[in-house]
Design a protein around this ligand. Structure first.
Ligand code: BGC
Length: 852
């Protein structure tokens, strides 16, 4: 651990011990100001700056840098995305991050991941890591859940604090994001999240609060969305009342990339740094605003001081950030990446104890599926890093088994581009490219044999010219049955498209429900010819990339797949999402990507020893095949060492210990956010935005109402008494554990720290780790509260037969709710119930506690 180049703020060395793991969250600590020397230096530098120069410092440059100011010896400082690895140039160590890391329920591991990422940052001269992300995983279809920790604020807080401390201990500023309520990717720039304060305080804000008040994070990133009708970057409540007011945040509040919409409003409502360029907080806007008294110069000064203090606190002006004592390829951090993957793999089903497999009894193993090879390390978007030698599931299994076992592999399904390439369009495809975004004007006509998504290179538009493209053709079915219609557009923002078959719309993007549909199934008779029309409007700054194909479903899974599956002693089907199908800037489907349900069923039909592994940031639809397979392992996005970890778990070299950090639903419709996920029709408002030098734009603001309020994830399941597919906190092991001897006081004073202890015993025959989870209920509450809430946990590693006594401390917050009227955390004295167990559903230890 580097100590010398970490922040030199007094409170960083005076932190109370954070005992997650046998834990409680300490209450907010008053922020301690910077040392007088830093304060004086920051003010001295500020005094040398003109107003213009100060304003210049409030905007970023070159996508990932702060603005330099040579006049005061201030260089530009570099940023790089996280949170699963550093993403600045070249490959980097890719860790099990976000949801995977949370599935380990190991805060100390989060610290080591934070340290590792920051060491990599130092080896590349990076000053700011743009992570971790702590938004609540409210819904399984949200595209960035894989980056975020959990549906539960306590678990998310427990992970973010050591992660941030780990990053910042290495002399790198961590940036907690996306503040706040960015729980969906659908229409993320424009959507307003409408939510009451209690829900915010109890569910959506605590992980940010913990990062600020306990880990003293030095940067926070505002999200794209609006909250209660106001963009996060200009949201007085979020930024000034809560973040800088209630929590005493001393650091830098930066915008997400192009999340600013009004320079003066952002300046007056807490934003310190507009990234990546000053489109709004610039001299053109702010100089007259200061002159007219619309923005005070002291407000600008406060922002500059925040930037300078943080940079001084970390010694950025006194030492090179590039530290050659660190490594860009670190064997030690590769080991941490492996630890993360090992601790996060979550075993959900293990019928007849098929796992662990005995390698001595296996002569042939088949590894099948789109996620088997190459390795899928993380979801897509800003977080996606290029891993060093990522170990695929196929490679990991083959490496572990060695040369004497036959390893058979098939992708199982065709690549999308092969479907596009092989689609036989009747007489080719006629392509009309219009010089407008609405199919008006004189089109340029061309024709293609296939719509591959890549071959239209010659039509790349000038970045500023609008285009709309209509593809027209027809398709004749060779056989009767189901055909898959598959479309693809530029993954980042995608533009818009719709596909019709015989005049009926089968696909649309963006679709009405916000998920990304890539495929639709249609029934055709033998010899039937259908007309197919696709209309595509690329975003003007994007290249034209649209692909379309049709494939006969029964032939998607080749005979070879069934042959190798039947021949193997055991089959691993690696299914799930990937960086293309689960990513930033779009939501994902709840069902598996096209073809995968059929693939699992086809394999299970010929081999009863079928193990399914799933990659994904949360739950997905397992109904089409779950009852037909004996083993289900959730692998999250396991980082670069996922294949090694999976093999170790399958063959019993490592006992699985991951526990779900989110509830797994049977269907998307039964998720509590479902009725509230999409904007309410007719509630749209509009927003007039004027960017200097550009014509004003009117945005439509759809409103999403969080009517599920506090009942997110397991809070809903336990309050309603219904049961999800797999509960929050659940995960199987190759051994068994028991809980006993709960000791808790019968009464205690409200506001005091309550100590609870109990025994956990490994009652099986192999070593393993259990996560003991403590839930608090408040049956005598005056307001309505979730039936139970996680307020402590401990990960306990036990040898066979071993017992450990675990102690957890519960502070005042563990019993409190946010009192809307009084606007403060409040405890209703009376009866509380403490429950301890191995998931949100299974809590065998129960004790009553009266708070007076
Ligand atoms: C993402 C942020 C990211 C930033 C810089 C944005 O699109 O939302 O999470 O840090 O880009 O890459």
């Amino acid at each position: 651990m580097r100590k010398s180049s970490g922040p030199s703020k007094l409170f960083h060395s005076a932190l109370l011990p954070i005992l997650f793991g046998c834990t409680f969250i300490v209450s907010a600590q008053a922020p301690v100001p910077d040392s007088p020397a830093i304060e004086a230096q920051a003010h001295a530098l500020l005094a040398k700056l003109t107003l213009e120069e100060k304003i210049e410092l409030l905007g970023g440059m070159d996508d990932m840098f702060t603005h330099p100011m040579p006049a005061i010896g201030l260089p530009r400082f570099k940023m790089s995305d996280g949170p699963v690895g550093i993403k600045t140039w070249g490959p980097s160590t890719t860790f099990a991050g976000g949801a995977a890391l949370a599935a380990s329920w190991n805060p100390e591991l989060a610290r080591r991941v934070g340290e590792g990422i920051a060491r990599d940052a130092r080896a590349r001269g990076v000053n700011f890591v743009l992570g971790p992300g702590v938004n609540i995983a409210r819904s399984p279809v949200a595209g960035r859940n894989f980056e975020y920790f959990s549906e539960d604020p306590f678990l998310a807080s427990a992970m973010v604090v050591p992660y941030v401390e780990g990053v910042q201990s290495q002399g790198v500023i961590a940036t907690v994001k996306h503040y706040a309520l960015n729980n969906q990717e659908y229409n993320r720039h424009n959507v307003s999240v409408d939510v009451d304060e209690r829900t915010m305080r109890e569910i959506y804000l605590p992980a940010f609060e913990a990062a600020v008040t306990q880990a003293h994070v030095d940067a926070v990133m505002n999200s794209y969305n609006l909250v209660n009708g106001v963009h996060a970057t200009e949201n007085n409540f979020l930024n000034l009342k809560v973040l800088k007011g209630d929590w005493g945040f001393q650091g830098i509040l930066m915008s997400d990339w192009d999340a600013t919409y009004d320079g003066a409003a952002a300046a007056n409502n807490g934003l310190d740094l507009e990234m990546p360029t000053p489109r709004f907080m610039n001299a053109k806007v702010l100089l007259p605003a200061v002159k007219d008294g619309l923005v005070k110069e002291s407000t600008i000064d406060d922002k500059v001081l925040r930037l300078l203090r943080a940079e001084l606190r970390y010694g950025f002006l006194d030492r090179p950030q590039l530290d050659l004592a660190d490594s860009t390829y670190s064997v030690a951090d590769r080991a941490v990446a492996l630890e993360g993957a090992l601790e996060s793999l979550t075993l959900l089903k293990n019928e007849r104890n098929l796992l662990p497999l005995d390698p001595a009894k296996i002569k042939t193993i088949a590894v099948i599926g789109p996620d088997a090879y190459p390795a899928v390390t993380s979801g897509g978007g800003a977080a996606e890093t290029q891993a060093y030698e990522p170990v695929s599931f196929l490679t990991g299994i083959a490496n572990l088994l060695g040369p004497n076992v036959h390893v058979l592999y098939s992708r199982g399904l065709p690549e999308m581009r092969d479907i596009f390439q092989n689609t036989q369009w009747e007489g080719g495809v006629s392509v009309a490219t219009y010089p407008s975004a609405d199919f008006t004007g004189n089109p340029e006509m061309t024709s293609f044999q296939a719509i591959t998504g890549l071959s239209e290179g010659s039509l790349q538009p000038d970045a500023n010219l609008p285009r709309s493209i209509r593809y027209t053709s027809s398709y004749t079915a060779g056989k009767a049955g189901k055909y898959l219609v598959l479309a693809f557009s530029q993954p980042w923002s995608g533009g818009e498209y719709k596909v019709t078959v015989d005049g009926k719309q089968v696909l649309a993007h963006p679709p009405i429900d916000g998920q990304v549909p890539q495929s639709a199934s249609i029934d055709l008779k033998q010899g039937q010819t259908v007309s197919v029309v696709a209309e595509y409007i690329p975003h003007v700054t994007e290249a034209i990339r649209f692909g379309l194909g049709i494939v006969y479903e029964p032939e998607m899974i080749s005979a070879e797949v069934r042959t190798i599956a039947a021949a193997a002693d055991v089959v691993v089907v690696a299914a799930g999402f990937s960086a293309e199908t689960e990513r930033e800037a779009s939501d994902r489907t709840f069902s598996l990507p096209w073809g995968q349900d059929d693939l699992i069923n086809a394999v299970a039909a010929v081999n009863p020893r079928t193990i399914v592994t799933l990659i994904g940031g949360g739950g997905m639809d397992t109904r089409p095949w779950l009852s037909k397979i004996p083993v289900l392992l959730h692998a999250w996005y396991p980082g670069q060492e996922g294949g090694t970890a999976l093999a170790e778990v399958l063959f019993g070299k490592h006992n699985p210990e991951g526990k779900l950090p989110v509830s797994f639903d049977r269907s998307w419709e039964e998720n509590p956010s479902f009725p509230w996920y999409y904007p309410i029709q007719g509630d749209d408002t509009s927003l007039h935005v004027t960017e200097s030098g550009k014509p004003p734009v009117d945005y439509v603001i759809p409103h999403v109402k969080y009517g599920d309020k506090l009942l997110v994830g397991y809070r809903y399941w336990t309050t309603t008494g219904k049961r999800p597919l797999y509960p929050f906190g659940f995960g199987l092991s190759y051994t068994t554990f028991s809980f006993a001897n709960l000791q808790a006081p019968a009464t205690a004073a409200s506001g005091s720290t309550v100590t609870v202890s109990f025994d956990v015993t490994n009652t099986g025959s192999v070593a393993g780790a259990e996560v003991a989870q403590l839930y608090v209920s408040d049956p005598s509450t005056k307001v309505s509260r979730p039936e139970r809430e996680l307020k402590g946990f401990a990960k306990v590693r036990l040898a066979p037969g071993e017992t450990k006594h675990v102690t957890l401390n519960l502070d005042a917050r563990a019993f409190s709710y946010w009192d809307e009227a009084a606007r403060k955390w409040t405890i209703d004295p009376g009866k509380f119930v403490i429950r301890v167990g191995d998931s949100s559903e299974n809590t065998p230890l129960i004790a009553d506690l009266a708070l007076n």
